[in-house]
Write a protein that binds this ligand. Structure first.
Ligand code: FHN
Length: 572
């Protein structure tokens, strides 16, 4: 065997342990051998719950976003203000949340219609919000409070029938030697061995939060897998396997998929077909309490987001950032109560539903339970007729608020026309139930699997990857290009009044693409709509245009132009 071949052989042999190790890691991961039935049973309560409360609470609520002459920080304040470890730890002396009332918090969540809570047991600053024997840098030992809020929350959740999950920052830890920092350490006191940190702090603390809180946690929400490898992730597997019913997200790292996808601050255009997913969002612009951030989302916006998430088969984890006194900010309580008022009337259209069959509806969203559709009407038809692009036989239609009062329906081609009252029962989201027979027959999106061209294509990509209905394939321009275009031929002149597109990679990639949608108008291109994406695509509605060839022109992109899925739709 010649030298080259010998070298290659030795190289492969040398790699074998890590290959076997990675495979071994994955095969040792929890739930590797569970059947579909076992998985469905384990995920059942979570899939039915649909709506949860995220709580980001920690010692960062003491500075509340301010540090010296800077403001607008959140739970990252120690990093974004580069606060030295010793100085940051001084905040613990002032952390005494005497107004904390677990029962009150759980009742706020229940009143909103939230069925589970996920609270930060330890965030990136390394401060444990529970009594930890592993490190005295915790709320019980390091503050005047001398209580374990997770224990009190666990008792309140048990009493009120709410599930409780724990968020844990397994890699980033700016308060313990060796803990990772995705933006690098800023205090030499943080420097140390990461594997030693995992063994001495993270793994023992995960054991504590998995064993000291009775039936909880029902969910373990790992976050930011900085520097995690399959071997490092595998350190947690034996612990995770001690809780066979535990639901684990996809952020442990080392390639561990976990049970749920976790889009953050956005709702994916098509959800994640075949995967459980949960989008988490803030109520203002910060996860942790930031006193100056009063930019609260409206209840109307949140109700429509909840309907959109349900229509795509996902869960909605909506965050609150309590104060250092232990209170959920009053505006959050008011907004959540309004969402709860809507849920009191319409929760049947959310709890236990799956995604609806429509890729697009001009007037709203649709969730589903077997042969019943819940039509979430955001734009009430002025002419009293709701047009539903469903070619199935329908047996009944009614307002959810008055189920006994049948609405008249008739079929027109592939449309179901529902006669509705002149006034919408709910200005934000009125729900109509529609019972149908058979499997849903809905329009094929006009651009799906159509032929496409592009200005350039990176090796291995094709323009058609943006039109194949699969968000994990994407068209991307050649490396080094910062603009380009993707052209689709619909095969015939088609009425279009809505466009959406998703971008490859996590929203962290922040491609920030400025784009124009154009249609071929004789020899020229006419622009229909312009916009820019924030890293996870965009969607636009516009006056109806009839054309056969459309082009998405990316005028500028921070990275090469890229689209993982583009959809064009016309009016029903
Ligand atoms: O860095 C964290 C952030 O502080 C927050 O906890 C969010 C919530 O999902 N997760 C990480 C950012 O992706």
């Amino acid at each position: 065997m010649n030298t080259f071949r010998m070298t290659v052989a030795c190289g492969l042999i040398a790699m074998l342990p890590s290959i076997f190790s990675a495979v071994a890691q994955e095969t040792n991961a929890p739930n590797q051998n569970e059947t579909k039935e076992q998985r469905d049973a384990r995920m059942k309560w979570w899939r039915e719950a649909k709506f949860g409360m995220f709580i980001h609470w920690g010692v960062y609520s003491v500075p509340a976003g301010k540090y010296k002459d800077t403001d607008n920080h959140g739970e990252w304040i120690m990093c974004t203000a580069k606060i030295p470890m010793a100085e940051y730890k001084d905040y613990t002396k002032r952390f005494n949340p005497v107004k904390f009332n677990a029962e009150a918090w759980v009742k706020i969540a229940k009143a909103a219609g939230q069925k589970y809570i996920v609270i930060t047991s330890k965030h990136h600053d390394g401060f444990a919000m529970f009594q930890s024997k592993t490190s005295d840098y915790n709320i019980y030992d390091a503050t005047p409070f001398k209580r374990d809020p997770l224990k009190e929350l666990a008792a309140a959740c048990e009493k009120e029938g709410i599930k409780l999950g724990f968020y844990y920052s397994q890699a980033q830890d700016w308060g313990h030697v060796g803990g990772a920092a995705s933006r690098g350490h800023w205090d030499p006191a943080q420097d140390g061995d990461f594997d030693a940190y995992l063994d001495k702090v993270a793994v023992p603390q995960v054991k504590e939060i998995l064993t000291n809180y009775g039936q909880f946690p029902a969910v373990l929400w790992f976050d930011t897998p900085a520097t995690m490898t399959p071997e490092r992730a595998a350190k947690f597997f034996p612990l995770l396997k001690t809780r066979p019913d535990l639901i684990i997200n996809n952020r442990l790292g080392g390639g561990f998929k976990g049970d749920t996808e976790t889009p953050e601050q956005f709702i994916p255009a098509n959800g994640f077909p075949g995967r459980d997913w949960e989008t988490c969002m803030t109520l203002n612009g910060h996860w942790g309490y930031c006193q100056s951030d009063t930019n609260w989302k409206s209840a109307d916006d949140l109700i429509r987001k909840l309907a959109e998430v349900a229509s795509k088969g996902g869960n909605y984890l909506l965050n609150v950032g309590p104060t250092s006194e232990g209170e959920i900010p009053a505006p959050c309580v008011e907004i959540l109560k309004k969402v709860g008022d809507w849920m009191k009337v319409n929760s049947e259209s959310i709890y236990g539903t799956t995604g609806g069959p429509f890729s697009y509806l001009s007037w709203g969203r649709a969730s589903r339970k077997d042969h019943k559709l819940f039509l979430h009407v955001h734009q009430w038809p002025a002419n009293g007729v709701l047009r539903v692009p469903l070619a199935n036989k329908v047996s009944n239609a009614a307002l959810l608020v008055s189920p006994g009062k049948k609405l008249e329906t008739k079929t027109e081609g592939n449309l179901v026309l529902i006669s509705v009252p002149a006034t919408a029962p709910d200005a934000v989201d009125s729900v109509i139930t529609l019972d149908f027979e058979g499997d849903p027959v809905v329009p094929t999106p006009p651009a799906l699997n159509k032929s496409a061209k592009a200005s350039s294509c990176q090796k291995g990509a094709k323009p058609e990857h943006a039109l194949d209905g699969n968000a994990s394939t994407a068209w991307q321009g050649e490396k080094g290009t910062t603009n380009g275009w993707l052209e689709v031929d619909l095969g015939k002149p088609t009425q279009i009044n809505f466009m959406s597109f998703e971008e490859p990679g996590r929203d962290k990639d922040k491609r920030g693409q400025k784009y124009e949608l154009q249609y071929r108008d004789g020899e020229k291109w006419t622009t229909v709509v312009k916009g820019s994406s924030g890293g996870h695509g965009d969607a636009k509605t516009f006056p109806v245009v009839t054309a056969q060839v459309f082009r998405l022109e990316i005028k500028s992109a921070k990275d090469r132009p890229g689209v993982s899925e583009m959809q064009l739709f016309g009016p029903e």
